[in-house]
Design a binder for this molecule. Structure first.
Ligand code: DC
Length: 226
């Protein structure tokens, strides 16, 4: 089995790039952020605050989360219901970042992520894939870009979806989320010791995909020799 781990901060282009790499290398694409977003969505719907650990624990005790593929796209299922269209708002982004710091939430989602990688060739993106979820991943990429550039891309995406947002707010939210994701005690966002960093600040999408694909090809080739 091949597993390609792609970690990095919000807005580095992980999902777009990971999706394209999955198609190129014949893998399924697993967006693990969507799983944390689904927990967050369930909590918001039940009126539970992310800091209410008991409430969150009760919620995950009676929650089933799974992923499926529809027309080649990953969808997320919350107790069997497709909630994919509800999890991409700024509110859920923030909630997901907060709820993902709860150790039991991470433990709850770990099994599903490992099962997917055991059963399929995967390109999996997230924050802790190379460090925690798949420490023996075949290829480990840390995908990053300057905060300004990441915020600009996220802003353009939200505007394209018709959302009324300010650039300064998008940048502020992103910096806060980076800080929270990288300073939490459990599974913080950081490169694994053997990750290869790809910085996409000055790369257009196709260049970023090629840069990451080159890393993957080199690692796979060196594996063939060993
Ligand atoms: O990648 P994303 O923006 O969809 O992720 C949403 C939040 O989920 C992110 O702020 C942190 C959390 N997350 C995580 O803690 N670990 C992962 N493997 C993926 C996401």
């Amino acid at each position: 089995m091949i597993s390609i781990a792609i970690d990095g901060p919000a807005g580095a282009g992980k999902s777009t790039i990971a999706k394209r790499l999955a198609a190129r290398f014949g893998c399924i694409y697993v967006d693990t952020g969507a799983l944390y977003r689904t927990v967050a969505y369930g909590a918001v719907k039940s009126g539970i605050l992310p800091e209410d650990t008991d409430g969150v624990l009760r919620l995950i005790g009676k929650t089933e989360i799974d992923i499926a593929y529809r027309d080649g796209e990953q969808i997320v299922l919350l107790n069997g219901e497709n909630v994919s269209e509800f999890i991409r708002t700024p509110e859920i982004s923030e909630y997901a970042s907060r709820v993902s710091a709860v150790p039991q939430v991470r433990a709850f989602l770990l099994g599903l992520q490992r099962k997917l990688a055991a059963e399929h060739d995967v390109v999996m993106d997230g924050r802790d894939i190379a460090t925690v979820v798949l420490p023996s991943a075949t290829v480990k990429i840390f995908l990053t870009a300057s905060a300004e550039k990441r915020a600009r891309r996220r802003y353009d995406e939200l505007v394209a979806k018709g959302m009324d947002v300010k650039f300064e707010d998008v940048l502020g939210d992103l910096l806060e989320r980076d800080h929270r994701d990288s300073t939490r005690e459990i599974a913080p966002l950081k490169p694994a010791e053997d990750s290869i960093t790809v910085d996409t600040t000055d790369l257009v999408l196709e260049e970023a995909i090629d840069a990451a694909a080159e890393v993957i090809e080199n690692v796979l080739k060196s594996g063939d020799k060993n």
